[in-house]
Design a protein around this ligand. Structure first.
Ligand code: CU
Length: 162
């Protein structure tokens, strides 16, 4: 087997295995795979995404705010189509309806993300950092975010510029 191909297989297996293990419970909420994309050189902003947040309870909840030691402040943003252009707007909260899964993946039309403002240092592939999430019902929970380069980062980038 050619060594390059072997390495690729190992990476893929690691990615899949790691992703499966990486989720958090916050009361009735299941937070699946929080991740950040690497910050771009010279930029002091970053973005945190989730594969999804599932509300397994029977009352609606809301994500109200977030904070992290790696950034001065965190805003909730929502991507929205403005004609042909994808733009992001600050949102006051993310609604988490009972029994529903809200996706917060990068590149999702209408999707939310957490915008890290005033980053204290670059986010590099393989880094981990803590983020505290404050929910209306479930309260405050801390979880670990992994910095990862998704395969379609180029697509995410083009949809996500300031
Ligand atoms: Cu944003």
């Amino acid at each position: 087997m050619n060594p390059r191909r072997f390495l690729l297989l190992v990476c893929t297996a690691f990615w899949a295995g790691a992703a499966a293990a990486h989720d958090f419970k916050a009361g009735d909420l299941r937070i699946d795979h929080p991740y950040a994309t690497p910050s771009r050189p010279g930029m002091t902003t970053g973005a945190v995404y989730f594969r999804g947040i599932r509300n397994t309870g029977d009352v609606a909840d809301r994500l109200l705010s977030a904070s992290t030691p790696v950034a001065g402040r965190v805003e909730i943003h929502r991507m929205q189509m403005q004609g042909d252009v994808m733009q992001m707007r600050a949102a006051s909260a993310v609604d988490l309806p009972a029994g529903a899964t809200v996706g917060m993946k990068h590149g999702t039309p209408d999707g939310y993300h957490l915008m890290l403002q005033e980053l204290k240092g670059p986010l590099k592939d393989g880094d981990h950092f803590l983020v505290k999430l404050r929910f209306e019902k479930a309260g405050t929970h801390e979880l670990e975010v992994w910095v990862q380069s998704p395969r379609n980062l180029a697509a995410a980038d083009s949809a996500h510029h300031h």
